[in-house]
Structure formats: structure tokens, C-alpha cells
Write a protein that binds this ligand. Structure first.
Ligand code: COA
Length: 466
């Protein structure tokens, strides 16, 4: 049964395909419109749209800022524009208005595949439109053509000691890509502000295209013999990522990567990695510098590193309670985690107040591809028990699992069991959302971010005796 929303979106996709088809036939060409060409059409309209919003609503207040919010990590403070996705506390993420199941239904897939292609998701994040299969294929080809790393970046990765955390290696390599930034060069040459988005777009496409080569190189250096296969220009992004990691012979793993990248791509603007990327970009640091900073934030255990922490925690649990634990064994283990002052990794969220739909999408994947896997069963058992305990403990505002509670066991099932590497895959994915916003920020002339800070002394002075 197709929801009215999905039906409407399908109609829009068909209209989009028809519009593109008639345009190309007008010009007697079969080449589909490129993402950059579509962007060039959308930017003037969006500038007008933003101008109208600011003229009409610019003086409206979005809410009140409390002192608690300043001390409380700015939870709920309305402070950013982020167009790619919006997170609802109960419903979870929507990418340009579309839920994860809608994206799974609407976005083009690989031949024979069932999961949406990340290329199509990127088009959606940037334009708000569902691309045609042809347009999606054109992005796959473009990214494959841009995938090669500069020699010195390869050498830089090769010189990292294998003991350096894969996320640190990742950040070093992405920072170094700034050597060839089109934007940094254009800025030095005095490019006018209205044209910033062009070289920013080029850098963002290069950034995303080169991430599999970086991730693959780190993986093979740290866990293998350092030898990498070549990119296959006829294949899609997730296939090539899987290939560089050494897993492209497992079609289900490639499908997992397609789903994985889509669901990890964006989670509105306030999370640490997304906000960091936007903030650093606002200083006109190029997309490589901006995204390297975002990766450093993603590497924190309360953010992206949680996927590594979850698997570590589940493995420790398994070594303590054995292969077939009772519910009571699991309860005791969770309580011992809490009583030792640690968090239950993979549970809770700063915004979400229900089970993360990204968790559910991975659970559905596991039910389809690995229903009998003992680790999947254990994660399912924990899902039935942990929320009750977190509620009873009474601290966490959200006792439900987030995206990180599930990803590690899927990767482990296919043999990618090096947990320290997991956040790198998150980092490949999150570039999609950050890059889409960086392009729009520069296209719309977003200014340098500079919120106001106060000292505790100043806060007291403001309110004492009032
Ligand atoms: C995600 C997370 C950082 C959100 O933090 P937050 O917005 O401050 O969460 P809350 O407002 O619910 O926190 C209130 C209290 O509950 C605790 N809490 C939240 N989630 C918890 C969890 N999974 N296990 C134990 N305690 C938790 C917090 O540590 C905090 O305790 P404190 O008052 O002693 O500092 C937090 O839930 C967490 O640490 N989860 C585990 C790590 C994780 O899965 N991260 C990935 C997120 S996608």
C-alpha cells in the first residue's frame, strides 16, 4: 500500500523526468541535465525565496533563550538554517521532507538492487528533487572520475602509524586535500561573492568522490596488506567503497553500504559534525578544511564514535554472559554499566524521543538478510530490555536506541569486524549532508557565524535583584 505522500512524490519524479526529457529533446540532445546545471537554475529562485522570507518574517521571534539553554549545550535553541533535512523528536529524520521508507521507495536503485543509491540521495539533499535513473548514473560516473587521490595524500596516509586511530588518519587526509581546493584558489584570485558556489560545488564533489579512496587506504593499511584495487568507473559509489574495502564480492554488503550511507548522510544542522562543518565553512575555509573539522567532532564517543563503543560494549557483554543470555543476565549487565557511571552506548539522543527510524531501517535489513545471526538476536534482546531500565534509572530523556545501536553488528556479520574503523564509514556518509549545506550556504551568501557568549559573572549581574 503506497502512502499519499509517496504517490505525490512519485508523480513529482515523473513530472521531473518528463520536464528533463522534453528539455533535452528540445535541444536534440539525450544528455541528462547535470546536478550543477540544475543548481544554477535553482539558486536565483532560492535567493528570491530567502529574500521574501526575511522581508516578511525577519523580525519574528522563534522563541525565548533561557539561561539553562546556555549552560545546557544549547538544546532546542533555534539557531541555524539547514535545508537538507529536518529532525522531528518523535518521527525522526526527513530528507527534504521524505522519510527513510519514502527514500527507499522513491530513489533510483542499482540494477538488481533494492536499496536507494547514495548518489540519488545527494541529488535530493542538494535540490529537493528526486533524480532520474540517468542523472543518478551520471553522478556515479562523475564521482568515479574524481576519485583518485593526489600522490602526496596517499603517502601521508601510508606514513600514519597503524596505531593512529582511523578517524585521526581520515581527518589528516581530508585536511590535506585542501592543497588542491578550487575554492581556495579562486578566493586567492579574487572571485566575486556571487560566484563562490561554483568552486565550492567542485570541491564538494571532489571531497565526496575521494572519501572511498581514503577510507579504503586506511582500512587496508591498518588491517590488511596495504594493497588497493582500482576504482571501477562503471559501478556506483557504494560498490566502489565496498570494493576498496575488499567486500564487493558480497552483494548484500554492497546493498548495506547503500543503505548505510543514505541513513547516516544527514541529521539536520545542530549535531556536532554538521554544525562544525557549517561553522568552519562560514569562515570561508574550503570544504576540505570544513569537513575535516566535522570529522574531528564525529570522532567523539557521544557522537559518531558511539558505533564503535556499542560493539565493544556488546562484545564485552557477550564474553560475560555467554552466547545465550537470559533477559536477567542482560538486565544485570546494563545495570552494572549504569552503576559504574557509564552510558549505555547506542541509546538516548539529544533530540529524538522515540526509536530512531535509522535503527528500524537497519533492523529491517537484518531481518531480511541475517535473521538468524546470534549478534543480531542479542541486539534485538537488548532492544527489548534496555529502554525499560533506562526509564527506571530515570536520567536519560530518551531511553530508545539510536542509529549506532545497530550498525556495528551488520558490518561484523559480513566480516568487517574492526570496530575502530566504524566511524570512518559514518564519516564517508555524513559528508553528503554537510557538503549539500556548504554549497547552499555559499550560494546564498551565508555570513560568518558569530553567536554571543556570556561569562557566568555577566549572567549573575544581568539578573541579581531583578
Ligand atoms: C546521545 C546523548 C549524548 C544525548 O545526550 P543528552 O542530550 O545530554 O541526553 P539527556 O538529556 O537524555 O541526558 C540526561 C542524563 O541522562 C544520561 N543519559 C542519556 N543517555 C544515556 C544512556 N544511553 N545511558 C546512560 N545514561 C544516559 C546523560 O548522561 C545525562 O546524565 P547526567 O545528567 O548525569 O549528565 C546520550 O543519550 C548518550 O550519551 N548516549 C549514549 C551515546 C550514544 O549512543 N551516542 C550516539 C548518539 S546518536
Amino acid at each position: 500500500m503506497v502512502s499519499p505522500l509517496v504517490a505525490a512524490a512519485r508523480l513529482q519524479t515523473r513530472a521531473n523526468a518528463f520536464r528533463l526529457a522534453s528539455r533535452s529533446s528540445r535541444f536534440y540532445s539525450t544528455k541528462p541535465q547535470s546536478l550543477k546545471e540544475r543548481l544554477a537554475e535553482l539558486i536565483p529562485k532560492e535567493k528570491e525565496n530567502v529574500k521574501a522570507i526575511r522581508t516578511e518574517y525577519g523580525a519574528k521571534a522563534l522563541g525565548q533563550v533561557t539561561v539553562d539553554q546556555l549552560y545546557g549545550g544549547m538544546r532546542g535553541l533555534p539557531a541555524l538554517i539547514w535545508d537538507g533535512s529536518v529532525l522531528d523528536a518523535n518521527e525522526g529524520i526527513r530528507f527534504r521532507g521524505k522519510t527513510i521508507p519514502e527514500c527507499q521507495d522513491l530513489l533510483p536503485k542499482a540494477d538488481g538492487g533494492a536499496e536507494p543509491l547514495p548518489e540519488a540521495l545527494f541529488w535530493l539533499l542538494v535540490t529537493g528533487e528526486v533524480p532520474t535513473a540517468e542523472q543518478t548514473k551520471a553522478i556515479s560516473a562523475e564521482w568515479a572520475a574524481r576519485a583518485e587521490l593526489p600522490k602526496f595524500v596517499e603517502e601521508l596516509i601510508d606514513r600514519c602509524p597503524p596505531t593512529l586511530h582511523p578517524m585521526s588518519q581520515f581527518s589528516v587526509a581530508v585536511t590535506a586535500l585542501n592543497h588542491d581546493s578550487a575554492f581556495a584558489k579562486a578566493y586567492q584570485n579574487g572571485i566575486p561573492k556571487a560566484e563562490y558556489w561554483g568552486p565550492i560545488y567542485e570541491d564538494c564533489m571532489d571531497l565526496i568522490a575521494k572519501l572511498p579512496a581514503i577510507a579504503g587506504r586506511i582500512y587496508r593499511n591498518v588491517y590488511g596488506d596495504g594493497k588497493l584495487p582500482a576504482i571501477d568507473a562503471t559501478k556506483d559509489y557504494a560498490w566502489n567503497l565496498s570494493h576498496l574495502l575488499g567486500f564487493s564480492d558480497k552483494e548484500a554488503f554492497v546493498e548495506l553500504m547503500r543503505l548505510y550511507i543514505v541513513i547516516h548522510s544527514d541529521h539536520e544542522g545542530g549535531n556536532v559534525s554538521a554544525h562544525t562543518g557549517k561553522l568552519v565553512g562560514s569562515a570561508l575555509s574550503d570544504p576540505f578544511l570544513s569537513y575535516a573539522a566535522a570529522l574531528d567532532g564525529l570522532a567523539g564517543p557521544l557522537h559518531g564514535l558511539a558505533n564503535q563503543e556499542v560493539l565493544l560494549w556488546v562484545m564485552k557483554m557477550r564474553s560475560k554472559v555467554g552466547e545465550n543470555p537470559s533477559d536477567q543476565d542482560i538486565k544485570d549487565y546494563i545495570w552494572s554499566t549504569l552503576k559504574s557511571g557509564q552510558v549505555v552506548p547506542g541509546y538516548g539522543h539529544a533530540v529524538l524521543r522515540k526509536t530512531d527510524p535509522r535503527y528500524m531501517a537497519q533492523r529491517a535489513f537484518a531481518l531480511k538478510h541475517l535473521p538468524e545471526d546470534p549478534l543480531f538476536k542479542l541486539v534485538g534482546q537488548i532492544y527489548n530490555i534496555a529502554p525499560g531500565i533506562l526509564l527506571e534509572a530515570g536520567k536519560a530523556k530518551n531511553p530508545w536506541p539510536n542509529v549506532d545501536a545497530h550498525s556495528g553488528i551488520l558490518l561484523t556479520y559480513y566480516g568487517l569486524d574492526q570496530m575502530q574503523f566504524y566511524t570512518v564509514l559514518f564519516g564517508v556518509s555524513r559528508a553528503f549532508g554537510v557538503a549539500a549545506q556548504l554549497i547552499w550556504d555559499r550560494a546564498l551568501g551565508a555570513p560568518l557565524e558569530r553567536p554571543k557568549s556570556y561569562s557566568s559573572e555577566a549572567i549573575k549581574k544581568m539578573f541579581v535583584g531583578k
